[in-house]
Design a protein around this ligand. Structure first.
Ligand code: NAD
Length: 500
């Protein structure tokens, strides 16, 4: 079947481009395509702003971040409408991601001093005449490159933490959601009018590439694995450090003692909400053979009534990126050709704008539908003889972003055996809403962490300081050192570490 390509893609017209609604193809905004020179100028402005922002200290920044979160909260309905216009997702979903993002701004501002402020360290016995401290200083300017699927929650996971750590930020949102990016940056400027601490640049991949090589002190990228690799290669030229938050193929494990209703509900919501366009969305399920059939029946029952569309009754919206429709179709077709069965949906469930839910069983583990990120409203369910097999199969992909375990007795054990950056037990995706937990992946899902204390430290450089408190009775770092001293040191170290 030939894919009908809809028009709803960001369109470039000279030095501007249009942002189009994926639900209607209507133009919802026009934005500049920023050039290398524009990006460079923004980074220079940011350098100046970063000095002022850093000089405010933790308390001055926390106060301004509080103001920003207040502005966003009071104008929440407006923000949700912009998200809906550019992504087509239901207003309630836009609200959920924005609420979680507000929580992150609040957490980052409130905790930055405690986590990044000066901390004492033990100097050890040999160096006991020294006072040791470490403090986490801002990097300077951070470039944030974002995706379109959660255009509020995802970039703010980097931006809020980078700002709280004392950096200025130059933000390049996806070409599919420049309006959401502009809205967030404008709200910041209303709360912090003194200096361009958070700036917007818009455009396509070339603008993102210009930011990568602009000399910023770190790039925080969220998007596909393929783009992440390009960014890392380009950043090597200037030795610019990068955080890569990339794709996933997240599994759910369902144990024989699991609450099957809860597991089925989490699977259906995790796989189909936001049209499956969730980096930590559910793509695969491994179910203990004792409960497999009952679980599958529950998933099918719960999928009834879950429908894509743009009317009030629809549970999720369109596929935002037209090129993804072909990927979703290809994964389903390949699964079926290789012996899989679609218990709900199938290739015809994928239209030219909306994709209806698809539930696949009996799909070979080495097929694309199990190994590659589908990023659509599909899920594969496989029967396993025990949870060891479930863990082995869940770990057998190149990705390792999130995962979920449903088990009454073995939740913690199974969670720690999963080779992913995050796991939630007995509820879907809960780690993403807990601001104190680090977020990030392993393998092709990327590296580095946003959120939580680890997320704050990503955007700071540890500065170690050793201050001599008094002259040491045994001087070690001098040419005037005596043989007697060396003998004493040898004796001391033997007493301290030489025990068998
Ligand atoms: P994408 O890689 O196509 O684009 C992401 C951003 O990178 C866009 O702003 C784009 O303009 C920019 N870009 C493209 N080429 C570039 C280049 N050469 N140099 C610099 N920037 C460049 O990704 P997408 O389609 O917008 O997002 C979907 C992907 O994001 C999925 O794979 C999803 O899993 C992933 N994602 C991951 C997370 C996470 O936290 N791990 C969160 C959300 C989305």
């Amino acid at each position: 079947m030939t894919a009908v390509q809809p028009k709803h893609t960001a369109a470039s017209v000279g030095d501007t481009f249009d942002s189009l609604s994926p639900a209607t193809d209507e133009v919802v905004g026009t934005y500049p395509v920023h050039t290398d020179a524009d990006v460079q100028a923004a980074v220079e402005r940011a350098r100046e702003a970063a000095r002022w922002w850093a000089s405010l200290g933790f308390d001055g920044r926390a106060e301004r971040l509080r103001k920003w979160k207040g502005v966003i909260t009071r104008r929440l309905a407006q923000l949700c409408q912009v998200v809906r216009d550019e992504t087509g997702k239901p207003i309630a979903d836009a609200q959920l991601e924005s609420v979680l993002a507000i929580e992150h701004i609040a957490w980052a501002g409130k905790h930055a001093r405690k986590i990044l402020g000066r901390q004492k360290r033990s100097a050890g016995l040999l160096m006991s005449n020294q006072a040791a401290t470490v403090e986490y200083q801002p990097l300077g300017v951070v470039g944030v490159i974002g995706p379109w699927n959660y255009p509020v929650f995802t970039p703010l996971g980097s931006i809020a933490y980078a700002l709280a750590a004392g950096n200025a930020v130059v933000f390049k949102p996806s070409e599919y959601t420049p309006g959401v990016g502009k809205w967030l940056v404008d709200a910041f400027a209303d709360a912090v009018p003194e200096a361009p601490v958070l700036q917007l640049i818009t455009g396509f991949g070339e603008t993102g590439a210009a930011l990568t090589k602009s000399g910023v002190n770190k790039i925080a990228f969220t998007g596909s694995t393929a783009t992440g690799k390009k960014i890392m290669a380009a950043a090597a030229d200037t030795l610019t450090p990068v955080i890569i938050e990339a794709g996933g193929k997240d599994p759910v494990l369902v144990d024989s003692d699991a609450d099957l209703d809860a597991a089925a509900d989490a699977t259906v919501w995790g796989a189909f909400s936001n049209s499956g366009q969730t980096c930590i969305g559910v793509e695969r399920v491994y179910v203990h053979e004792k409960v497999h059939d009952e679980f599958v029946a529950k998933v099918i029952a719960k999928t009834e009534g879950v429908r894509a569309g743009s009317d009030a009754g629809a549970k999720y919206g369109p596929v935002t990126m037209p090129s993804q429709l072909a990927v979703i179709r290809r994964h389903i077709a390949d699964a079926i050709e290789r012996g899989g069965k679609a218990l709900v949906g199938g290739v015809d469930a994928v239209g030219d704008r909306y994709a209806q839910p698809t539930v696949l069983v009996d799909v070979p583990e080495d097929s694309e539908a199990v190994q590659e990120e589908t990023f659509g409203p599909t899920v594969t369910i496989a029967k396993v003889r025990d949870m060891d097999e479930a863990v082995e199969k869940a770990n057998n992909t190149k990705y390792g972003l999130g995962s979920t375990v449903f088990s009454k007795a073995r939740g913690m054990e199974l969670a720690s055996r999963l080779n992913t950056g995050m796991t939630s037990i007995n509820a879907p995706l809960s780690f993403a809403g807990i601001a104190s937990l680090p977020f990030g992946g392993v393998g092709d899902s990327g590296f580095g962490r946003i959120h939580g204390p680890e997320g704050l430290r990503e955007f700071a450089r540890p500065k170690a300081i050793a201050r001599q408190r008094f002259t040491a009775p045994i001087a070690l770092t001098t040419f005037a050192r005596k043989e007697k001293t060396d003998a004493l040191v040898a004796k001391l170290i033997t007493v301290m570490h030489g025990k068998r």
